[in-house]
Design a protein around this ligand. Structure first.
Ligand code: HAM
Length: 421
């Protein structure tokens, strides 16, 4: 049996774990300020949810899903993304009567992709779905939230790429133009793109094949095929971003990898991660709810890759929390040291009891464990209801001395008042 995690998965330990929880912690307060509430959907769903929701021709459905038959013979899939599950949850909870709904989620997603730096088979997404608003300013607010969060996390190396995929009529017009154009080079296209030409020519623009990319350079641009309504919608999104002072680059080749998008599509990209440069991405998906059997409900949202964002937190340091050592200097006082530790833990002061070896061994162990302050229990002070405090790190000593004696009744307030100088 191997003790290694499955290829493309990893254990989150130490700093990796701390970075991920930092990203979530900072996000939760900001999400609340924008009116979002949390939702957790199951890790696995009926396979048909993703087949219908994300599109049969998307790479995710075609090549990347973890699909299995359960013991009852149902076809289930580990969720590769959160938008289709959240939309399904809105329908099944009957929430289409109480719109808009602003929901966020954070958790693992699964895609069978080739693992590399920033790309995993189990990865973590934090995402938001603003369901029930057709207004272009909902798109602007969503993008502003993304920009706000990235800045709050201390991430600055990114650019916002923006495009429109228009309404259905625009996409049908554009689709025909692409079929006409790529049809002329059918035999030069990669095998995958030859299939895309039949099923979803827009996806050819997203091809990673070098030869396809050369052909894409002269492909018709979406703008020429946008209806008046779609153009007007996109103008309002762009004007809104300008009003809020959010920089963006228009990228007419940005088509997104999932089929449910219409109108606004966007990706925040970075230069600091190599090939896996998309850190946050999303767009409008007005047709998804109906596609899944619900009413027509407009929606917009995005998800970011927490694994990728964690890779960008290069200056991250776990905060220097005060940690107290409880040390009995003589045998017999250990239960009292545990009793004091319990009192401190009840007021949420991190502390550790050191029980192994004599006093000097206990002090060494406390130092090694990163404790800045030790509470020493010695019979001479304890008899008169006092304890000795030793400052293992001088910058935690309020008066600069190495040791001090405090009465037991003052112990908790004294320790709570300690701060790094
Ligand atoms: P997506 O572009 O497929 O969109 O994924 C969003 C983000 O998840 C990516 O930009 C990337 O940061 C991260 N990501 C994707 N795949 C991996 C991977 N294999 N390893 C590490 N990170 C990855 C969606 O999933 C849509 N549901 C977003 C959305 C929400 N659209 C509307 N609402």
């Amino acid at each position: 049996m191997s003790t290694q995690p499955v290829r493309g998965t990893r254990d989150l330990l130490g700093d990796d774990y701390a970075k991920c929880s930092y990203l979530n912690r900072v996000a939760f307060d900001i999400l609340a300020a924008y009116g979002y509430q949390g939702i957790e959907t199951p890790i696995f769903e009926h396979t048909s949810l993703f087949q219908r929701g994300l599109g049969e021709t998307s790479d995710v459905v075609g090549k990347e899903m973890y699909t299995f038959a359960d013991r009852g013979g149902d076809s289930l899939t580990l969720r590769p993304e959160g938008t289709a599950p959240v939309t399904r949850a809105i329908i099944s909870a009957g929430l289409t009567q109480t719109l808009p709904q602003k929901l966020f989620y954070s958790g693992p997603m699964f895609r069978y992709e080739r693992p590399q730096k920033g790309r995993y088979r189990q990865f973590y997404q934090l995402g938001v779905e603003y369901i029930g608003s057709a207004h272009p300013l909902a798109d602007v607010e969503c993008i502003a939230l993304a920009d706000h969060l990235l800045k709050a996390w201390g991430i600055s190396d990114y650019q916002l790429h923006l495009n429109t995929l228009g309404d259905l009529e625009s996409r049908q017009n554009y689709r025909q133009a692409l079929v006409d154009y790529f049809g002329r080079y059918k035999n030069d296209l990669s095998p995958d793109s030859q299939i895309r030409l039949e099923k979803n020519p827009l996806r050819i623009l997203d091809s990673k094949d070098a030869n396809d990319q050369v052909l894409c350079q002269d492909a018709p641009l979406f703008d020429e095929y946008l209806t008046e309504d779609s153009r007007h919608f996109f103008d309002q999104v762009q004007n809104g971003l300008v009003t809020l002072g959010i920089d963006f680059t228009r990228n007419q080749k940005l088509v997104r990898g999932l089929d449910y998008y219409c109108h606004t599509a966007f990706e925040f990209k970075t230069n600091s991660l190599g090939a896996q440069d998309a850190i946050l991405a999303g767009g409008r998906y007005d047709g998804l709810m109906q596609q899944l059997g619900g009413p027509v409900v407009p929606a917009v949202g995005w998800a970011c890759g927490l694994d990728r964002l964690a890779l960008m937190l290069t200056d991250f340091k776990t905060p220097d929390h005060l940690k107290i050592a409880l040390i009995a200097a003589e045998e017999g006082l250990e239960p009292i040291s545990l009793k004091f530790a319990q009192q401190l833990r009840h007021v949420c002061v991190p502390c550790e009891v050191f029980l192994k070896g004599d006093l000097s061994k206990r002090l060494k162990a406390a130092d090694k464990a990163g404790c800045q302050v030790a509470v020493l229990l010695r019979p001479e002070e304890y008899q008169s209801n006092q304890v000795k405090i030793r400052y293992l790190q001088q910058d935690f000593s309020p008066a600069g001395d190495k040791e001090t004696i405090v009465s037991i009744s003052d112990l908790v307030p004294h320790l709570l008042s300690l701060k790094k100088a």
